[in-house]
Each structure stands twice: as structure tokens, then as C-alpha cells.
Design a protein around this ligand. Structure first.
Ligand SMILES: C[S@@+](CC[C@H](N)C(=O)[O-])C[C@H]1O[C@@H](n2cnc3c(N)ncnc32)[C@H](O)[C@@H]1O
Ligand code: SF4
Length: 414
């Protein structure tokens, strides 16, 4: 009941992010007064095959298109440099960032020419991993490599449209990256239609046996249209089973020495996260379909490759939707991201908003405490083990709202 209620409230909040103005007031996009620790997300929207369940902005790979995309990316980054932004943490996501290694490596060179690069996190698929790519990524300074495995079970991979590589082959590829980066992460999806609890438990145990640093477990998220399409193709998406899947993660990983870094991410030791939305309060996203949050302004780039390139060529930011969050919306967004990261620090809040947590979020914090989601400590709050599933539902529902936005823009090629 509590997770469902929390999810409902989050969906309602998330829908506010969908009410966007079409044109941005470019004067709000300035690096002055923005923290040096702001992260940069870089979206590479190309894949060799398109997985039917995937909710990200992605297109079938075509070499010419991808090459000109990397040119546009540099120009977009230049806009931000000219506006005074300085970044040190970089997150490449997709799509498949490793789809064109020469372009990726030269883009990383460009980052090094312009910034003091501290950390680079990058997503890839098992299919792209070879000794050569590992060597190149290491030499380029990649600290965290995240590999989308989804499942080791070939029946699930087939249902997901991902049998381009079998579970056994994925394990082989993971052995090539194991221990080569500061952090190696593996992504899984759970509660896929037709996936049994036993199949998922076997996936979590295999992950544990591979002794990999980190895993991120995504509950299947579907926007309304994707949901219809997936249910026509597979089975009903049954969210009532989700908690049982989630409990398997906690039951299998906590005793094995993994700690929760977020509600979805479990790590051994102190590892780098992909969740730039937790690491830094503000972030800029570049590339087609990326989103940004700066000083309470939320904005969205064009999802269409043509429109994205055309806007950049005409000297504009490729932004097609913008909203200045009200102070209350901004605070609730802050709360959601910190809940997802499982702790809320009084000191960090004070530094960010110049006032105390209880003064601004007293009602929300009291409710979450009464519901057993949070427990207080001297310097803030921590999400309880029992509350972790509630936070997972909140995040899933928040992303589902954003997926509605993505779907709307992708279908209309905005
Ligand atoms: C953008 S993908 C990049 C990884 C890489 N392209 C791959 O598929 O191997 C990042 C992760 O998002 C997750 N993901 C994609 N679509 C999802 C969906 N509809 N619901 C839940 N998780 C999803 C998958 O676990 C995937 O590995
Ligand atoms: S899951 Fe990964 S490989 Fe599949 S379409 Fe999405 S981004 Fe591409």
C-alpha cells in the first residue's frame, strides 16, 4: 500500500515535468554561479539492433549519420564552454557509446583538451567488449564501465530480442573487463513478462559468482504505448510481482558483502555510480534526447537526429522543451534524488538551499518516517531496508513519467 501510494504521488509530481515551454530563455543557461562539480551526460543514440523493450532515445546505427552526430556533439559542448560551464565528471550513455570507437576516443581527447577530467563512466554492451576495446577504454581514462547484460538466461534474452549474444558469451566478455577498471557494473532488468523468480534468482547468483564490483537492477519500465506494444508481443506486465523480485536482490546480495549504493545499484567497496542525478545536484545533458537540470531549470534536447543537428547548425541550443521548476517542485525533485541515493544529509541540504531540511520538507519527511521508509540520524536521514522497495517504486514511476515525455517527442520527432 505504501509503495503504491508513494508511486502515485511521484507520478503526479513527474507529470509536472511534462508541461514544458517549447522555447528556452537561453539566458538561464549560464555557468556563472554553477558548482564546479556539475556533471556532463553525453548521449550516443546508436545501436546495432533495437531492443523492443528499451525506453531510451536510440536509432539503428548508420556510420555517416553517427559521424556527423559526433561533430554536432562537439559543437553543443562548445556552447556550454562558451557559457562558462566547467565539468570534471562525465557519463557516456546511450544507445551504445562504444559503437564507433574512433569517434568516441577522439571525443574523449576533446574533453581532455578542454577540462580537467576526473572521472569517466561509460555504457556498453557485452557484444562490443574485446581485449582491444578494453585496452583502448582504459588508455582513454575510463574509470567505470557499465555493461548491459539484462539476464544470463537465453530464454529471457530471446524474449528481450537480445540473443545477439548468449548468457555464456556474456560471462566470457565480463571476464575480460573484470578488474580492469576502478568499477565494473552490470545492468539487469527484472520483472520482464514471462521471467520467473527462479530465473532471476539464478541471474543474481551468477552475478555474485562472477565477483563483479557492482550491479544495477532496473525494474522493467514502460511508457503507455510501449506497454501496449510489449503486452501484445509478450505477456502482461505485472507490477504486483515486482516486490518479490526486489526481495531476491536484497536477500542474495547483502549477505555476500554488497552494499546498496542506490535503491537499484549494489556495490562491493567504494565504487563510482552512474547516477549523476545523485552525485551532483545539477547536470547538463548533451546529445539528442538528453535532459538537463541547472539551478531549478529543467530542459530537454530535441530527440530527432535531423532537428538536433539543424538547431546546432543554426547556432542555437538544441532545446525543445523547458520548464523553470517552482521552489516546491525543485525541493521535491531534490528529495526524490536523495531518497534514491538512500540518504539525505542535513549539511548538504543547508549548503544547497541555505536553510534546514525540516523547515522546507517537514511534512514529506514526517510522512516517510511514519511509513517506515526513513529513519532519522543526527545529521539527516537514511532509507531503511524496508523502505528501499518504496523508493524503487517512486523512482520507477518518476522515470515512467519521463518515458511518457520521451515517447511523445520520439513519435513526433520533436
Ligand atoms: C541505455 S541502456 C545502455 C546499455 C547498452 N545499450 C545495452 O543495452 O547493453 C542502459 C540500461 O537501461 C536499462 N533499460 C533499458 N530499457 C529499459 C526499460 N524499458 N526498463 C528498465 N530498464 C531498461 C537496461 O538495463 C540497460 O542496460
Ligand atoms: S537496451 Fe541498449 S542495445 Fe538495446 S536498444 Fe536500448 S540502448 Fe540499444
Amino acid at each position: 500500500m505504501i509503495p503504491e501510494l508513494a508511486g502515485f504521488i511521484t507520478r503526479r509530481e513527474g507529470r509536472k515535468f511534462l508541461r514544458l515551454r517549447p522555447a528556452i530563455d537561453e539566458s538561464v543557461v549560464t555557468g556563472s554561479g554553477v558548482d564546479e562539480g556539475i556533471s556532463l551526460y553525453i548521449h550516443i543514440p546508436f545501436c546495432r539492433t533495437l531492443c523492443p523493450f528499451c525506453c531510451f532515445n536510440r536509432y539503428l546505427f548508420k556510420e555517416d549519420q553517427a559521424r556527423s552526430y559526433f561533430v554536432s556533439l562537439r559543437k553543443e559542448l562548445d556552447f556550454y564552454i562558451q557559457r562558462g560551464f566547467r565539468f570534471s565528471d562525465f557519463y557516456f550513455g546511450g544507445g551504445t557509446p562504444t559503437i564507433m570507437m574512433d569517434e568516441l576516443l577522439s571525443f574523449i581527447d576533446y574533453l581532455n583538451q578542454n577540462f580537467t577530467v576526473k572521472r569517466i563512466s561509460l555504457e556498453t554492451t557485452p557484444r562490443d567488449i574485446s581485449e582491444e576495446t578494453v585496452r583502448q577504454l582504459k588508455a582513454a581514462g575510463v574509470n567505470r564501465l557499465s555493461v548491459g547484460v539484462q539476464s544470463f538466461d537465453d530464454r529471457i534474452l530471446k524474449a528481450m530480442g537480445r540473443l545477439f549474444i548468449t548468457g555464456e558469451e556474456a560471462k566470457e566478455r565480463l571476464r575480460l573487463v573484470q578488474g580492469k577498471f576502478d568499477t565494473v557494473n552490470v545492468d539487469f532488468v527484472f520483472n520482464f513478462p514471462g521471467q520467473s523468480l527462479t530465473q532471476f534468482e539464478a541471474d543474481v547468483r551468477t552475478f555474485r559468482e562472477l565477483v563483479i564490483d557492482q550491479a544495477t537492477f532496473y525494474p522493467l519500465m514502460a511508457s503507455p504505448h510501449k506497454r501496449d506494444a510489449m503486452e501484445r508481443r509478450f505477456n502482461r506486465i505485472d507490477t504486483s510481482r515486482e516486490k518479490k523480485f526486489y526481495n531476491i536482490i536484497l536477500r542474495e546480495l547483502f549477505p555476500a558483502g554488497y552494499q546498496s549504493s542506490t535503491a537499484w545499484c549494489f556495490s562491493r567497496g567504494d565504487r563510482m555510480l552512474a547516477e549523476y542525478i545523485i552525485d551532483s545536484d545539477d547536470y547538463i545533458g548533451i546529445g539528442a534526447g538528453s535532459v538537463s537540470i541547472v539551478k531549478g531549470n529543467f530542459f530537454v534536447n530535441s530527440f530527432s537526429l535531423e532537428k538536433y543537428a539543424a538547431m546546432i547548425d543554426s547556432g542555437r541550443l538544441p532545446v525543445v522543451g523547458w520548464r523553470s521548476l517552482s521552489p516546491a517542485e525543485h525541493l521535491r525533485y531534490y528529495l526524490l534524488t536523495k531518497l534514491f541515493g538512500l540518504e539525505i544529509s542535513e549539511e548538504k541540504f543547508r549548503r544547497r538551499f541555505d536553510t534546514g531540511l525540516y523547515r522546507k520538507l517537514g511534512a514529506e519527511l514526517t510522512l516517510l518516517r511514519l511509513a517506515g521508509v526513513l529513519r532519522g540520524q543526527t545529521d539527516g536521514f537514511k532509507v531503511t531496508r524496508r523502505g528501499m522497495y518504496t523508493v524503487s517504486v517512486m523512482m520507477r514511476d518518476f522515470f515512467a513519467s519521463l518515458n511518457t515525455l520521451r515517447e511523445h517527442y520520439i513519435e513526433r520527432q520533436v
